[in-house]
Design a protein around this ligand. Structure first.
Ligand SMILES: [Fe+2]
Length: 309
């Protein structure tokens, strides 16, 4: 007999039949993936001597993840969404692509079809006491040329770390816009400085993180998609420099090249010259998009999103 039950002829046959491998036709790749998942589950059971109660506790946990909508929270928490980024980087590198703004995880809170504006937007529509944030820059190609007409999707949390559509206290589309770059490929927006946030404390993601001795906090950040015809879609975030969790993000999204300087303006002449009526923080950040090419992996991700009602 082999050392492990999972390697016995009986179990090999069981898993082969369970994955449909003994049947002709259908999706061979899917069969192999299903087989691997089932086999790895059996190996875990045997290697860690998992009891039936532990096994069904784990199955209930997965069901709860689905019920609570936290699948998209646990996956980055386990580092797997960041791994997808590293894997895409690696495939691009092997295809000879270099440069461009680094990608980083989308996270679970994008809502499509936000209001579209040209050039300049105001994101904070709900009254909230917070540090005024002004962010601007250009969308460029790999040689530094401007890309007018690029679409910058921006979404971020409020000062309490909540997102519109997920936080009932906020109005629809608060802190969410699409900005089309102007003739000089510029985008700019006024908003309020977002706060970092944490996984829901009673949710299944935080329970698992706590059980393995981890926190579930993210540093303050702003999410972006940037797209333009003929260019590779960019999914990224910028982090707010100085946040205590900047390099201790539970979702592993912080990357070099995505931490722009935050410049605080408090001089009254300076404030007036920018057209503001009080101190504000300013961030300059240019996005660089790579040209699309047939040999590169797809950057448009088909993924379930919350929808505006
Ligand atoms: Fe976020």
């Amino acid at each position: 007999m082999p050392e492990f039950l999972v390697d016995s002829p009986q179990v090999k046959q069981l898993l082969s039949r369970a994955a449909g491998l003994d049947q002709p036709g259908s999706d061979q790749r899917l069969k192999r993936i299903v087989h691997r998942v089932a086999e790895d589950m059996c190996r875990i059971i045997e290697e860690f001597d998992v009891t039936p109660t532990e096994f069904w506790t784990a199955m209930s946990y997965l069901a709860e993840l689905g019920r609570t909508g936290e699948v998209g929270l646990l996956v980055p928490g386990l580092g797997v969404e960041h791994f997808m980024d590293l894997y895409m980087d690696e495939k691009e590198r092997k295809a000879g692509l270099r440069g461009g703004t680094p990608r980083t995880i989308e996270g679970p809170l994008y809502v499509p079809d936000s209001p579209m504006v040209r050039g300049e937007a105001r994101l904070d529509q709900d009254p909230e006491e917070g540090e005024v944030l002004f962010m601007e820059g250009q969308v460029k190609d790999a040689s530094g040329g401007p890309i007018p007409g690029a679409i910058v999707h921006v979404w971020h949390a409020n000062t309490k770390g909540g997102y519109s559509f997920f936080d009932p206290a906020q109005s629809p589309w608060n802190l969410r816009r699409r900005i089309e770059t102007d003739a000089a490929a510029r985008y700019r927006f006024r908003s309020i400085m977002p706060a970092g946030y944490a996984c829901p404390p009673q949710g299944p993601t935080q329970r698992l993180l706590t059980a393995i001795g981890r926190h579930g906090r993210r540093p303050a950040h702003i999410h972006f998609f940037v797209e333009a015809p003929g260019y590779r879609k960019l999914t990224t975030q910028i982090n707010i420099a100085g946040d205590e969790y900047l390099h201790d993000d539970f979702a592993f999204a912080t990357r070099e090249g995505l931490i722009p300087e935050v410049v605080r303006h408090s001089d009254s002449a300076d404030i007036q010259s920018h057209g503001f009526d009080g101190p504000f923080a300013a961030i300059h950040f240019d996005f660089t998009l790579n040209r699309e090419a047939a040999n590169l992996p797809e950057t448009v991700v088909i993924r379930e999103h919350a929808r505006a009602a």
